[in-house]
Design a protein around this ligand. Structure first.
Ligand code: PBG
Length: 324
């Protein structure tokens, strides 16, 4: 036998030397849940180890994470029911705690890459990502709200918006709106291929943002479809996206790989809440080694082609490995 692949697996040294993929701090974006008020910290019941934090505590958390090498944070607001309405008006009210907090975060950490979420659902009394009329989710009318939201967020000094709603034409509409408002340097990480997934359940618990009726299948993609992701990617590319994202990640590695193969833009993957919760739950039950499963998962997402990974594991991965 001339070819014995096991020779390159024979010792830790040769395994490390021949390793193709290594997840480092430069690959990771840490999603954070922001609470109104001060000194507030509540664990998300379905996401052990993940806490909703008020601004004062979030500033400390960001500082700790930056010491570990994390440079990018995606910040989501937890909005009280009383602040929600059909048009999601708090999303572009500059006095609202989320927008105020973003400003403070950028002041404290100018070098951090701060990403925001552009979608109506956390602020919508219907719990949908678009304006609802007669039980239908309106597309073009929603774009106007998204543009107001994006500009209000850009005014706080954030670096990149993450449109996560899957309305048609949003990337181009938001690009034009940001440019017209003087924010041509604010980037767009588009949720390009975002599937109508059951893996978002714990996130909706965290934000209390589940749809009040129906589901999101008229705007988020059908999990059965692969080629459709290329249509979405083509549109986002043409419309001016800076980063193309696939979401969820673990069971969508084929989509990550397709986008990586077909586009020269950086590809992001969102290792979503339910993917985190499954691993944590199995670990707590003693059914899986959660730490090794975490590492294998992040490695596989990067191996599939993700240049950056949004993951609730970001901090603990770096604490566990102390790699940069
Ligand atoms: C909202 C949004 C969702 C997530 C990110 N932005 C939920 C949804 O579409 O219902 C999910 C993230 C996660 O599950 O970790 N537009």
């Amino acid at each position: 036998m001339e070819r014995r692949p096991r020779r390159n697996r024979a010792s830790k040294a040769i395994r490390d030397l021949s390793q193709e993929t290594l997840v480092t701090a430069n690959d990771l974006i840490f999603p954070l849940f922001l609470l109104e008020g001060t000194n507030q910290k509540t664990e998300v019941a379905s996401m052990p180890g993940i806490f909703r934090l008020s601004l004062d505590l979030m500033l400390k958390e960001i500082e700790e994470c930056m010491k570990l090498g994390i440079q990018a944070f995606d910040i989501f607001p937890v909005v009280e029911e009383s602040h929600k309405n059909q048009m999601a008006t708090k999303s572009h009210d500059s006095s609202f705690f989320y927008l105020q907090a973003l400003k403070k975060i950028k002041e404290e950490f100018p070098e951090a890459l701060i990403i925001t979420d552009v979608a109506m659902d956390p602020y919508s009394s219907d719990g949908h990502d678009g304006i609802v009329r007669d039980g239908k989710i309106l597309n073009d009318e929603t774009l106007e709200v998204l543009a107001k939201m994006a500009i209000a967020q850009a005014e706080t000094g954030i670096d990149m918006i993450g449109p996560s709603d899957m309305m048609d034409g949003r990337v181009g509409f938001l690009r034009d709106s940001l440019d017209d408002a003087g924010f041509s340097n604010v980037g767009i990480m588009s949720y390009t291929a975002k599937y109508a997934s059951s893996f978002y359940g714990p996130f909706r618990d965290a934000l209390d943002s589940a749809p009040k009726f129906g589901d999101k299948k008229t705007y988020q993609m059908n999990p059965a479809n692969r080629k459709e992701a290329l249509i979405e990617a083509e549109l986002d590319y043409i419309e001016g996206a800076d980063v193309l994202m696939v979401k969820p990640a673990m069971v969508y590695l084929d989509i990550i790989s397709d986008l990586k193969a077909n586009y020269d833009l950086p590809i992001a993957a969102y290792n979503v809440s339910g993917e985190y919760s499954m691993i944590k739950a199995a670990g707590l039950k003693g059914w899986l080694d959660a730490d090794r499963t975490r590492d294998e998962t992040l490695t596989a997402i990067k191996r599939a082609g993700a240049d950056m990974i949004l993951t609730y594991f970001a901090k603990e991965y770096l604490v566990a490995h102390r790699v940069k």
